[in-house]
Design a binder for this molecule. Structure first.
Ligand code: TYC
Length: 108
Protein backbone atom coordinates (compact mmCIF):
# COMPACT_ATOMS: atom_id res chain seq x y z
CA UNK A 1 0.00 0.00 0.00
CA UNK A 2 1.25 3.46 -0.86
CA UNK A 3 2.02 5.13 2.52
CA UNK A 4 1.27 8.59 1.06
CA UNK A 5 -2.34 7.64 0.27
CA UNK A 6 -4.91 10.04 1.88
CA UNK A 7 -6.34 7.49 4.26
CA UNK A 8 -3.10 5.69 5.03
CA UNK A 9 -0.53 7.91 6.74
CA UNK A 10 1.87 4.99 6.82
CA UNK A 11 2.60 5.49 10.49
CA UNK A 12 0.51 4.08 13.26
CA UNK A 13 0.79 4.55 16.97
CA UNK A 14 -0.17 1.81 19.38
CA UNK A 15 -2.98 2.95 21.66
CA UNK A 16 -3.35 1.20 25.00
CA UNK A 17 -6.35 -1.16 24.89
CA UNK A 18 -7.50 -0.12 28.32
CA UNK A 19 -7.34 3.35 29.77
CA UNK A 20 -4.71 3.47 32.51
CA UNK A 21 -5.76 6.06 35.05
CA UNK A 22 -2.85 6.86 37.36
CA UNK A 23 -3.68 5.11 40.62
CA UNK A 24 -2.78 7.07 43.73
CA UNK A 25 -5.57 5.96 46.01
CA UNK A 26 -5.46 7.25 49.54
CA UNK A 27 -5.05 4.57 52.16
CA UNK A 28 -8.15 4.01 54.28
CA UNK A 29 -7.71 5.76 57.65
CA UNK A 30 -8.81 4.71 61.13
CA UNK A 31 -9.60 6.76 64.21
CA UNK A 32 -8.18 5.43 67.46
CA UNK A 33 -10.59 6.19 70.31
CA UNK A 34 -9.91 6.42 74.02
CA UNK A 35 -13.01 5.74 76.11
CA UNK A 36 -13.79 7.25 79.46
CA UNK A 37 -14.15 5.15 82.60
CA UNK A 38 -14.40 5.90 86.31
CA UNK A 39 -11.13 4.29 87.43
CA UNK A 40 -8.22 5.07 85.12
CA UNK A 41 -6.30 8.06 86.54
CA UNK A 42 -6.22 11.15 84.35
CA UNK A 43 -2.40 11.17 84.62
CA UNK A 44 -2.25 7.66 83.17
CA UNK A 45 -4.37 8.65 80.15
CA UNK A 46 -2.09 11.65 79.56
CA UNK A 47 0.96 9.38 79.85
CA UNK A 48 -0.50 7.06 77.20
CA UNK A 49 -1.27 9.96 74.88
CA UNK A 50 2.27 11.32 75.22
CA UNK A 51 4.09 8.00 74.93
CA UNK A 52 1.95 6.02 72.50
CA UNK A 53 0.35 8.78 70.44
CA UNK A 54 3.26 11.26 70.62
CA UNK A 55 1.08 14.15 71.77
CA UNK A 56 2.47 17.16 73.62
CA UNK A 57 1.58 17.34 77.32
CA UNK A 58 -0.85 20.14 76.52
CA UNK A 59 -2.61 18.32 73.63
CA UNK A 60 -2.67 15.11 75.68
CA UNK A 61 -4.39 16.90 78.55
CA UNK A 62 -7.03 18.39 76.19
CA UNK A 63 -7.73 15.01 74.58
CA UNK A 64 -7.94 13.27 77.98
CA UNK A 65 -10.37 15.95 79.28
CA UNK A 66 -12.46 15.58 76.11
CA UNK A 67 -12.77 11.82 76.75
CA UNK A 68 -13.46 12.47 80.44
CA UNK A 69 -16.32 14.90 79.77
CA UNK A 70 -17.76 13.54 76.48
CA UNK A 71 -17.23 9.81 76.92
CA UNK A 72 -14.52 9.28 74.34
CA UNK A 73 -11.93 11.17 72.32
CA UNK A 74 -9.98 10.63 69.12
CA UNK A 75 -6.37 9.99 70.09
CA UNK A 76 -5.23 10.04 66.47
CA UNK A 77 -5.97 8.96 62.89
CA UNK A 78 -3.74 6.35 61.24
CA UNK A 79 -3.51 3.68 58.58
CA UNK A 80 -4.87 0.28 59.65
CA UNK A 81 -1.66 -1.33 60.89
CA UNK A 82 -0.46 1.75 62.77
CA UNK A 83 -3.88 2.14 64.42
CA UNK A 84 -3.92 -1.55 65.35
CA UNK A 85 -0.47 -1.26 66.93
CA UNK A 86 -1.43 1.82 68.95
CA UNK A 87 -4.59 0.12 70.24
CA UNK A 88 -2.55 -2.95 71.26
CA UNK A 89 0.15 -0.83 72.97
CA UNK A 90 -2.48 1.18 74.87
CA UNK A 91 -4.36 -1.91 76.03
CA UNK A 92 -1.10 -3.55 77.10
CA UNK A 93 -0.05 -0.54 79.20
CA UNK A 94 -3.54 -0.36 80.76
CA UNK A 95 -3.52 -4.07 81.53
CA UNK A 96 -0.03 -3.92 83.07
CA UNK A 97 -1.11 -1.01 85.26
CA UNK A 98 -4.42 -2.77 86.01
CA UNK A 99 -6.61 0.06 84.75
CA UNK A 100 -9.74 -0.61 82.69
CA UNK A 101 -8.86 1.98 80.02
CA UNK A 102 -10.59 1.05 76.76
CA UNK A 103 -9.09 1.85 73.38
CA UNK A 104 -10.76 0.99 70.05
CA UNK A 105 -10.43 1.85 66.38
CA UNK A 106 -12.97 2.59 63.67
CA UNK A 107 -12.86 3.64 60.02
CA UNK A 108 -12.63 7.42 59.66
N1 TYC B 1 -12.62 9.55 84.12
C1 TYC B 1 -11.30 9.24 84.64
C2 TYC B 1 -11.16 9.81 86.05
O1 TYC B 1 -11.94 10.65 86.45
C3 TYC B 1 -10.20 9.82 83.74
C4 TYC B 1 -10.25 9.31 82.35
C5 TYC B 1 -10.19 10.21 81.29
C6 TYC B 1 -10.32 7.96 82.06
C7 TYC B 1 -10.20 9.76 79.97
C8 TYC B 1 -10.33 7.47 80.78
O2 TYC B 1 -10.26 7.95 78.44
C9 TYC B 1 -10.27 8.39 79.73
N2 TYC B 1 -10.14 9.39 86.78
Amino acid sequence: MNPKHKEDPGVTTAEPKTRTKPKLERPKLYKVLLHNDDYTPMEFVVLVLVNVFHKSESDATSIMLHAHTRGYAVAGVYTFEVAETKVAETLKLAEQAQFPLLCTMEPE
